[in-house]
Design a protein around this ligand. Structure first.
Ligand code: UD1
Ligand code: CA
Length: 454
């Protein structure tokens, strides 16, 4: 039997106090709804229906997936009303599972347990025991211990409010039953809304068993209503990420100070020091060491690379045995070959650095090809921009560039050339020769320092 998942995401999220629709706020660098959709997509044979209302256009535009059936709920008249908007599109022989766009950490395995119950022609309801159940619906039991209903906090008696087992909202049911119960909902309640949760009592009245699944991991049922809750869930999510990395064999010096906003693939014996922020797709080879406060975004790193403290590396390819930092900035389009050294206060953009070459101190290398075994002296600048266009600098193998050199692009420095320190190189430098531009040094005999006037 096929599965239809309905994701409710029409609410405004007033308490976020944001111009952004709530379900687009990022968790681990990805919108809340993206997490929910990813979990939903892991089911086989699944039809995805997302109910949107506030900011519907922006939400739909963010997920250009033709497999998603978007349903607009013009007025938010309650969770039952939201589900009612989708049911006409769902065949009777489907199982329906209801999820929430703002509850991002729910696990597929937990939802699978609800699905199994619904496949058995019963209703699967996810519940949780919370220390503080404030704001949630409470689960009501009959004398024989079976679930009898769910009461919203605003409609609950004082005694019911003291119950700690809450309705998480996640529910699975056969479509043909659900249709009947949703049609029968009314809004005669404290909030004047059509409560989806009222289907529980309707199912019981129909003689259909409602079976509770109790989750022990509270985090997976936590929703985001405020920025404080978003921050709490971010930590939960990052804890999960950190655990998964460590299970894969990565050493995290402090898993509480690790942020992965994307996906990490790592070889053996990778060590990541504190406060690393990894974004997008990151691939690290074996025995890679990442120092404190390093930011990596869309980076591929080969084996035996050491990245020292405080480096920022984006959209770059780092060859085996290379050492970077501390305090290096590697910008998009950069490829460092094997065993290169890039040191402190060096910025490299859109450039290749050949095997064994060194750029160790205080340099800017932009739009440049550097050959093998090149030494770039401290303070070397490639002047790649004339105010209108960018130009390339080409440096051959075995070149030695003296300190404080400016290379005015476009310019070539051929193999084994040496550039004298302090030069401004405006024309190509020939292979194997010393090229320098330097004003002659003079000494003024007897020159006196000025003295301060009284
Ligand atoms: C709901 C449940 C409550 C449960 C809690 C768990 C109902 C009546 N109550 O309460 O028992 O403990 O979730 O978090 O279902 N939404 C729509 N359209 C609407 C109304 C809501 O799409 O017309 C969406 C919201 O965007 C949100 C979700 O449904 O993602 C839940 O709505 P919300 O108003 O937050 O429900 P709660 O009051 O939290
Ligand atoms: Ca509500």
């Amino acid at each position: 039997m096929k599965l239809s998942i309905i994701i409710l995401a029409a609410g405004q999220g007033t308490r976020m106090r944001s111009g952004l629709p709530k379900v687009l706020h990022p968790l681990g660098g990805r919108p809340l709804l993206g997490h929910v959709l990813d979990t939903a997509r892991r089911f086989d044979n699944v039809a995805l229906h997302v109910v949107v209302g506030h900011g519907a256009d922006r939400v739909c535009d963010f997920f250009p997936d033709p497999a998603i059936h978007w349903v607009i709920q013009e007025q938010q008249l309650g969770t039952g009303h939201a589900v009612a908007q989708v049911l006409p599109a769902i065949p009777d022989d489907h199982t329906v599972l209801v999820m929430y766009g703002d509850v991002p950490l729910i696990r597929k395995e937990t939802l699978g347990a609800l699905q199994v119950i619904a496949l058995n022609n019963e209703v699967g309801l996810l519940t949780a025991k919370l220390d503080d159940p404030t704001g949630y619906g409470r689960i009501l039991y009959a004398a024989d211990g079976s679930i009898a209903g769910s009461v919203e906090e605003n409609d609950a008696t004082g005694k019911q409010r003291r119950l700690r087992e809450v309705n998480t909202g996640f529910v699975a049911a056969p479509a043909h039953h659900l249709r009947r119960w949703v049609d029968a909902l009314d809004n005669n309640n404290a909030q004047g809304e059509f409560y989806l949760t009222d289907i529980i009592a309707l199912a019981v009245a129909d003689g259909i068993i409602v079976r509770g699944v109790n989750t022990k991991d509270r985090n997976e049922v936590l929703g985001v209503n405020t920025r404080a809750q978003l921050a709490t869930l971010e930590r939960c999510y990052q804890q999960r990420q950190a655990m998964a990395c460590m299970e894969d064999g990565v050493t995290l010096i402090d898993p509480a100070r690790f942020d992965l906003r994307g996906r990490l693939v790592a070889g053996q014996d990778v060590v990541i020091d504190v406060n690393a922020v990894l974004e997008g797709e990151i691939s690290l080879g074996s025995r890679v060491s990442i120092g404190p406060n390093v930011v990596l975004r869309e980076v591929t790193v080969a084996d035996d690379v050491t990245i020292l403290a405080n480096c920022v590396i984006e959209e770059a390819d780092i060859g085996a045995g290379t050492r970077i930092g501390p305090f290096s900035r590697i910008r998009p389009g950069t490829r460092l070959a094997q065993t290169t050294h890039v040191g402190n206060f060096v910025e490299i953009k859109n450039s290749e650095v050949g095997a064994g070459s060194k750029v160790n101190h205080l340099s800017y290398i932009g739009d440049t090809s550097i050959g093998r075994n090149v030494n770039i002296g401290a303070g070397t600048i490639t002047c790649n921009y004339d105010g209108a266009n960018k130009h390339r600098t080409v440096i051959g193998d075995g070149v030695f560039i003296g300190s404080d050199t400016q290379l005015i692009a476009p310019v070539n420095v051929a193999d084994d050339a040496t550039i004298g320190a302090g030069s401004t190189i405006t024309r190509d430098a020939p292979a194997g020769e010393l090229t320098l531009s330097r004003a002659p040094q003079e000494t003024r005999k007897g020159w006196q320092r000025p003295v301060k006037k009284k």
